[in-house]
Design a protein around this ligand. Structure first.
Ligand SMILES: Nc1ncnc2c1ncn2[C@@H]1O[C@H](COP(=O)(O)OP(=O)(O)OP(=O)(O)O)[C@@H](O)[C@H]1O
Ligand SMILES: [Mg+2]
Length: 385
């Protein structure tokens, strides 16, 4: 029986559960084009999976095509322009007559269009001079112009990890350029996703920032615990393996009900039971699954800890042990934390790096398996920077 659980990449179909009302809500907004949407959640809550699912539905049910463009894997502004232009053009691939317009629409980037042996066009640019706001604007305006050429058909663009945008250029005010272009678009609907929630909140929520109030905010929470339990029990059940409620509960707790960790532990538990050719999950299977996940990641966790200053390390240890809403004196004493100013600088940096996040009103480590690793080996010492 194939393993019904999957983790690491976005999931769809059988491996996707819950998110009904979020999916419905996002679908409605994009289908009627009433507003752009900003969707934020901490790492591994299922943002990309949700958006990809909604894009699929828009395409099959509403005839609205879309792309999900990941800003995280784009190192430079030049790469962004080229890859974005190609992704956008890919949406209009059927309309070969539009190829002839690209030279005009992207005039400042001097595009060259080559056709692969399989007939797929590919756009590249000559960056003779430095990038200018005009050349970036040309790329950003491309989907709107092509959509207009296609009779005003709407399209959707989802920018994944959008908080990375400003970092693509030191010279150009990219946030401002993006905002001033995208706000004029009538045919293209946008979704902005980000896992650095504090950065996304500032970007869309601070009145001095270009994207202030420009999109409908959709915070994505954890799935309801009952849905997670039901997902685990039914997927094991369909594979002929009984998962007792108490052990489904153990998987949900260990993963803190974060979809990625839930699927990872479930997948490893499934492997344990399958390899022993049993048809019921035992408590030891779940414990071994958690151990193997932590073991497999131990080097990575060590590396992460080694990079921390003493102040950050003591804060990380404290939060692994005891998530907290505020750092009062008792908490600081209990965990041997430094004075308030040092503590808050360390906290800010840990949040910026995505190691710490706030959820349910408390600061906690964003990775529950990292927290477990620390709790299991609190006395380990590292050379601090
Ligand atoms: N609706 C869902 N049903 C089941 N599993 C899910 C769901 N959403 C996410 N997952 C699990 O979480 C993993 C990460 O999902 P996804 O990449 O969509 O999250 P993300 O929030 O975009 O993560 P990142 O912050 O790393 O970009 C998936 O590989 C899958 O194991
Ligand atoms: Mg993602």
């Amino acid at each position: 029986m194939p393993n019904p659980f999957k983790y690491g990449k976005e999931v769809s179909g059988y491996q996707f559960y819950d998110r009904k009302s979020d999916a419905e809500n996002l679908h409605r907004k994009l289908a009627d084009g009433s507003t752009n949407v900003v969707l934020f959640a901490p790492r591994r809550y299922g943002k990309t999976s949700l958006v990809v699912k909604v894009l699929d539905r828009l395409s099959t049910e509403d005839g609205i095509s879309g792309i999900c463009f990941d800003m995280m894997r784009i190192p430079t502004l030049e790469r962004f322009c080229e890859e974005y232009a190609n992704s956008v053009y890919g949406l209009f691939g059927k309309h070969r007559e539009l190829l002839g317009k690209l030279g005009n629409y992207l005039a400042h980037l001097h595009p060259t269009i080559s056709i692969s042996p399989t007939g797929t066009p590919s756009i590249s640019f000559e960056y003779g001079e430095r990038m200018t706001p005009t050349s970036v604007a040309e790329v950003l305006d491309l989907p709107e112009r092509l959509a207009a050429d296609c009779g005003g058909k709407p399209f959707v663009v989802a920018f994944d990890e959008f908080q990375e945008v400003a970092g693509l250029s030191k010279e150009l005010p990219l946030e401002k350029i993006f905002r001033s272009c995208l706000q004029t678009h009538r045919l293209v609907r946008y979704v902005f996703l980000g896992s650095k929630t504090h950065l996304m909140k500032r970007m869309f929520g601070e009145s001095t920032r270009p994207f202030y109030n420009s999109a409908f905010p959709m915070p994505l929470g954890k799935p309801p615990v009952d849905d997670s339990m039901e997902f685990l029990i039914s997927r094991f059940g369909e594979a002929g393996i009984a998962l007792p409620v108490s052990l489904a509960d153990a998987i949900v707790s260990a993963s803190e009900n974060i979809p990625y960790y839930l699927q990872a532990i479930a997948s490893l538990t499934f492997e344990e039971v399958e390899s022993a050719r049993r048809n019921e999950v035992a408590a030891d299977d779940v414990a071994s699954a958690i151990d193997s996940f932590v073991c497999a990641n131990a080097e990575l966790f060590d590396e992460r800890l080694r990079g921390l200053s003493n102040a950050k390390r003591s804060l990380v240890d404290a939060l692994a042990e005891e998530p907290v809403s505020g750092f009062d004196e008792q908490y600081r004493k209990r965990h041997g934390l430094p004075v308030s100013s040092t503590l808050h600088t360390a906290l800010k940096e840990l949040v910026d790096d995505g190691i710490v996040e706030t959820s349910s009103g408390k600061y906690r480590l964003s990775d529950p398996m990292f927290a477990l690793y620390i709790r299991r080996a609190p006395a380990r010492t590292f050379i601090s920077k």
